[in-house]
Design a protein around this ligand. Structure first.
Ligand code: VG1
Ligand code: CO
Length: 544
C-alpha cells in the first residue's frame, strides 16, 4: 500500500461556520473538495502522529463515502488508530463521549445537523479536539488558512474498510476499530440518571411517551435507551431508522418540522411526554401534553431541578447560555447563587468554561442543552434528564413549568427566522442596524426605553481570546431584549434571526400566548430592522 500525493488547488469557500463546514452535497462531491478540507484539518493539527481519532456521522447521504476517504487520508497522515462508529454512525454527543472516554487526540464528525439530507441536501464536516468539543476559533481559523493555500493532499491507496462489521482492521500501519455506536453513550446516561425511577414511571402503566428520531441518527440510541434499558413499550420511538435522506424530511426538532410529533402531543389521545432530536442528535425538543416547552425554559427547569438527577446531586458549578438565549436561566443561577456566563452562539464557546470547571450546565435557545458530561450539546441527555425530573416529581410537564414561572417569573421568548433571504439584502439589514445602534440608547418605543444597544463581543475568561460581531442587541430598561444576527449554518442565501424576549413577574399574566405577549416588541424589531420592506417578506419562515 502506498501513499499517493495528489496535486490540488485551494477552494476559497472552506471557512467553517457556527459548527463546521456545511455545504450542499454536490459541493462536497466535487473532485478534491472533501479531501482538501480534511488535509487542511490535518495540517492544522500538530503532533497527530500515532494518535487516535474518533470518526462517525449522522448517516446522511455521502456519510459512508466520506468516511472511506477520511480513513485513507488519516492513514496517510500517520494517525495510529481510528475508532469508527458501526456503519459510520455516531451521534455528535456520542462522538464527544468517545473522544473523552478513550482519551483520543480528536474526532471528525460528519453532519449538517438539522439541515435536510439526500443527494440534493446538505453535508457537513467538523473537527473536535481532545476535550471532545468543537474546535475553538483559533483551530478553525488555522484550518481555513491552510485550505486557502493547499497544493497537495495525501491518501493511502487501499481497499475500503467494511463499516458494517464490528471489530479490528488495519489500513497500512493504522489500526481501525469499528465499534458499537450506542453502548458507551448509553452507559454514560445510566451513570448520570436514575434509571430505576424512570423505569418505574414507564411500568406504572399511566405514563406515555413518544420520541421522534426523525429518521436521523438518534433512532438506534433511542431504541436502546428508552425501549431496552428504560423499559418503555415498543413503539415509543417513532421514525427510529436512520435514512440517508431522513425520509425526505427536515430533521429539525421544532414546532414546524417535527409536526408529526407535535400533532400527536396536541391531539385527542395525547401522550404525557414528547421529545424529538435533530439530524446528528445534539438538539432536543420537549413537549408535554398539549404543551410546548421553550428551549430556554427547558434549560432553566433542568438547572432548577438538577439536584434530582444522581449525576448532578451535588449541585452545579455554574451555568452558561448563549447570548440570544433567554435570561430564564440567569434567574435560576441567581437563586442558586452560582455564576451564569453569557457566550456567543455556538457550542465551541462553552468548552473552555467546562474544562476549567466553571460551568456544569449550558444551553442555547436553538433546542440545545448539555452539560460537562461531554463537550457537545446532547439531545437524548436532555430528554432523559426530563424523564428523571418527571419520575421524581410525579407532575405533568405543564405543572412543572407553571410552578417554575410562579417562582422565578416568566421570560416570554420567541425567535423569528427569515430563511433563504438574498445575502446582500441580509448583510445590508445588519449593516444598517449596526450603523443605527449607537443612536438607539435613550430612545423610547411604546412604553419601553432603550437602555443599551451594541454589537455583542466576548472575551473568553479562560484564554482571553476575543470574538466580535456576534449579534446586534437592543436592551430595554425593563429587561426586555431584541437581538438580530445572521445564521452561520445555512447553505442557501442568508438566514436572518430575530430573537425577542420580555420578562413578566406577574403570574396572573403567565398563561398568555407567547406571540401575543411579545407582539409589541416584535413590531419594534420589524420596524427597527425594516425587514418587511427590505425583504418583501410579511412573515418569518419559522417561528419558535
Ligand atoms: C444554529 C443555532 C446555534 C447552534 C448551531 C449549531 O447556528 O442558532 O445556536 O449552536 O446552529 O447547532 P446559526 O449560526 O445558524 O444560528 V447544530 O445542531 O446545527 O450543530
Ligand atoms: Co445538531
Amino acid at each position: 500500500m502506498s501513499i499517493r500525493t495528489v496535486p490540488t488547488q485551494p477552494f476559497d469557500d472552506q471557512k467553517p461556520g457556527t459548527s463546521g463546514l456545511r455545504k450542499k452535497v454536490g459541493t462536497f462531491q466535487q473532485p478534491h473538495y472533501l479531501e482538501n478540507f480534511v488535509q487542511a484539518i490535518f495540517n492544522a493539527l500538530e503532533n497527530g502522529k500515532g494518535k487516535t481519532l474518533v470518526l462517525g456521522g449522522d448517516g446522511r447521504f455521502y456519510n459512508r463515502e466520506a468516511i472511506q476517504i477520511i480513513l485513507k487520508m488519516a492513514a496517510a497522515a500517520g494517525f495510529g488508530k481510528v475508532l469508527v462508529g458501526h456503519n459510520g454512525i455516531l451521534s455528535t454527543p456520542a462522538a464527544s463521549c468517545l473522544i473523552r472516554k478513550y482519551a483520543a487526540f480528536g474526532g471528525i464528525i460528519l453532519s449538517a445537523s438539522h439541515n435536510p439530507g439526500g443527494p440534493h441536501g446538505d453535508f457537513g464536516i467538523k473537527y473536535n479536539t481532545d476535550n471532545g468539543g468543537p474546535a475553538p476559533e483559533k483551530v478553525t481559523d488555522a484550518i481555513y488558512a491552510y485550505s486557502r493555500h493547499l497544493q497537495h493532499y495525501y491518501i493511502l491507496e487501499a481497499d475500503d474498510v467494511p463499516l458494517d462489521t464490528l471489530g479490528h482492521f488495519q489500513l497500512g500501519k493504522m489500526a481501525i476499530e469499528i465499534i458499537d455506536s450506542v453502548n458507551d453513550y448509553a452507559e454514560m446516561m445510566e451513570s448520570l440518571f436514575d434509571f430505576t425511577a424512570i423505569r418505574q414511571l414507564f411500568t406504572g402503566n399511566t405514563f406515555r411517551m413518544r420520541f421522534d428520531a426523525m429518521h436521523a441518527v438518534t433512532g438506534p440510541y433511542a431504541h436502546d435507551i428508552f425501549e431496552k434499558r428504560l423499559g418503555a413499550p415498543a413503539g415509543t420511538v417513532m421514525n427510529g431508522t436512520p435514512l440517508e435522506d431522513f425520509g425526505g424530511g427536515h430533521p429539525d426538532p421544532n414546532l414546524t418540522y417535527a409536526h408529526e410529533l407535535v400533532e400527536m402531543l396536541f391531539g385527542a389521545q395525547a401522550p404525557d411526554f414528547g421529545a424529538a432530536s435533530d439530524g446528528d442528535g445534539d438538539r432536543n425538543m420537549i413537549l408535554g401534553k398539549r404543551f410546548f416547552v421553550n428551549p430556554s425554559d427547558s434549560l432553566a427547569v433542568i438547572a432548577a431541578n438538577a439536584h434530582l438527577a444522581p449525576g448532578y446531586q451535588y449541585g452545579l458549578a455554574g451555568v452558561a447560555r448563549s447570548m440570544p438565549t433567554s435570561m430564564a436561566i440567569d434567574r435560576v443561577a441567581h437563586a442558586l447563587n452560582i455564576d451564569c456566563y453569557e457566550t456567543p452562539t455556538g457550542w465551541k464557546f462553552f468548552g473552555n468554561l467546562m474544562d476549567a470547571g466553571r460551568v456544569t450546565l449550558c444551553g442555547e435557545e436553538s433546542f440545545g442543552t448539555g452539560s460537562s458530561h461531554v463537550r457537545e450539546k446532547d439531545g437524548l441527555w436532555a430528554v432523559v434528564f426530563w424523564l428523571n425530573i418527571l419520575a421524581v416529581r410525579q407532575q405533568s410537564v405543564e405543572d412543572i413549568l407553571r410552578e417554575h414561572w410562579t417562582r422565578y417569573g416568566r421570560n416570554f421568548y420567541t425567535r423569528h427566522d427569515y430563511e433563504s433571504v438574498d445575502s446582500n439584502i441580509a448583510k445590508n439589514i445588519m449593516a444598517q442596524l449596526h450603523d443605527n445602534m449607537v443612536t438607539l440608547a435613550g430612545k423610547t418605543f411604546g412604553a419601553r426605553r432603550v437602555a443599551y444597544s451594541d454589537d455583542f463581543s466576548y472575551t473568553d475568561p479562560i484564554d482571553g481570546s476575543k470574538s466580535t460581531g456576534q449579534g446586534i442587541r437592543i436592551g430595554f430598561e425593563d429587561g426586555a431584549r431584541i437581538v438580530f444576527r445572521l445564521s452561520g449554518t445555512g447553505t442557501e442565501g442568508a438566514t436572518l434571526r430575530i430573537y425577542v424576549e420580555a420578562y413578566e413577574a406577574d403570574s396572573a399574566r403567565h398563561a398568555q400566548d407567547t406571540q401575543d405577549a411579545l407582539a409589541e416588541l416584535i413590531g419594534i424589531a420589524n420596524q427597527i430592522s425594516g425587514i418587511r420592506e427590505k425583504t418583501g417578506r410579511m412573515e418569518p419562515t419559522v417561528i419558535t
